[in-house]
Design a protein. Structure first.
Length: 422
């Protein structure tokens, strides 16, 4: 199949979104088509590898395999090269890879979505294995499963795929990710078979069920996996977060068949596809709600950009006055500015004036405190004054002196009034 060549004149808005085994991946907008596309640029001008991948991807025309749109030749931004570099123009997958989704969820996806991922990957690989000549992937892992806007899965990255032509795996062509490679792949004289992809499919399902790496301590034992996997070591499937999900045990049994040490004992992708489809059928009514739930969590995880700065500084200052109640009055703001300037230029005088201002504020309280003390502790003694009151009744006269309430009685002689009868 002849592909159209796409150069820099048709592409704009370059943005790097990832790196693969062969090169960098960019999100680019195609000017003529008016849609975003993915451009996979090779690190080196390896014409043989480039031709192989183009040839393989052109044959893989399936709804669950990422489609190639053309071949790229040009000078992408950020890559220094004297000669034009080569690349592939592919469909852009809005939701990234399955690996990034598992990292975001920090656990396994909903059960119905898990089965749909397993079904889509099995459909894609079954299509590749059914081509003539047969196409193998040989690097199946979560980062090579991409998701569209509705979380439909498609396999990609055929950099290690081979068309069966009797070629054996030499040490130069050996590739893949250690934890997803089958036991026979560690034998340098091995010959790739469809069973190699079936084993990688089993480990991929383990990653989905566990919500992460199939071997949690992989960074500390990656060198040991090459020796332990041929001896029968496999990921643990005990205590999964999915619990008692309907059909979970049947899927685990399928996984154990797919990672069998004997390649001939592993089922084909046709068997895997129909088995998973049977498990997914009763849960189809739950898929839409689970997809909506996951997409909603992805939208919430996108960081919101900060609001743009105000083009008018005056408006920005006015907003700050509104937010701070103490500065709502413009005159108060000006007074505050004057006092701040005065403090910076004359600190000692400012402190003296501040003390006077504080005395002025607290003087009424001081006077009120004195009044309270006067009322509750009693009135002070007043100066003693002497008053004399004469009482003339029944020949008795008395004198009251001061306020001591003492009365002195002074007797006088008895006199007969002149008007009294004799």
């Amino acid at each position: 199949m002849e592909l159209h060549s796409i150069d820099d004149s048709n592409l704009e808005l370059w943005k790097e979104i990832g790196k693969g085994g062969f090169g960098q991946v960019f999100k680019v907008r195609h000017k003529q088509w008016g849609i975003p596309v993915a451009v996979k640029v090779l690190h080196q001008s390896d014409s043989m590898a480039f031709t192989k991948e183009v040839h393989v991807m052109c044959k893989a025309n399936s709804s669950h395999v990422v489609q190639i749109r053309g071949k790229y030749i040009g000078h992408p931004p950020g890559i220094k090269s004297v000669t034009p570099v080569q690349g592939l123009v592919m469909d852009y997958m809005e939701r990234g890879s399955l690996d990034s989704l598992l990292e975001h969820l920090d656990g396994p996806p909903p059960w119905s979505l898990t089965l749909r991922f397993a079904h889509h990957v099995a459909v894609g690989l079954n299509f590749l294995h059914g081509l003539n000549p047969q196409v193998l992937h040989l690097d199946l892992k979560p980062s090579n499963v991409l998701l569209d806007c509705r979380l439909n899965a498609k396999v990609t990255d055929f950099g290690l795929a081979k068309i069966l032509s009797g070629t054996s795996c030499s040490s130069k062509e050996e590739g893949g990710t250690t934890s997803y490679m089958p036991p026979e792949a560690f034998d340098l004289s091995c010959k790739p078979t469809p069973a190699s992809d079936v084993y990688s499919y089993a480990i991929l399902l383990c990653s989905i069920l566990r919500g992460g790496q199939p071997y949690p301590n992989l960074p500390y034992m990656s060198s040991l996996l090459k020796f332990r996997i041929p001896e029968g070591d496999r990921p643990e499937l005990d205590k999964l977060a999915l619990g008692e999900a309907k059909g979970l045990q049947e899927l685990i049994n399928l996984i154990k068949k797919c990672w069998d040490k004997d390649p001939l004992a592993r089922p084909s992708f046709s068997v895997c596809m129909h088995k998973v489809e049977g498990l997914l059928e009763p849960l189809k009514c739950e898929i839409d709600s689970d997809v909506h739930k996951v997409l909603k969590s992805l939208v919430r995880a996108i960081p919101q950009p900060p609001p743009p700065p105000s083009p008018c500084p005056a408006k920005s200052r006015q907003h700050s006055f509104v937010r701070a109640p103490a500065l709502q009055n413009v005159s108060v703001c000006r007074c505050y500015t004057v006092w701040l300037t005065f403090y910076k230029t004359h600190p000692s005088t400012y402190i003296f004036v501040l003390h006077l201002w504080m005395i002025h504020l607290y003087f009424p309280f001081f006077c009120a405190a004195l009044i309270v003390l006067y009322v509750f502790l009693g009135t002070p003694a007043l100066p003693v004054s002497t008053r004399q009151i004469s009482i003339r009744a029944s020949n008795v006269s008395g004198v009251q002196i001061g306020n001591n309430n003492n009365m002195f009685i002074q007797r006088s002689g008895r006199h007969r009034h002149r008007t009294a009868p004799s």
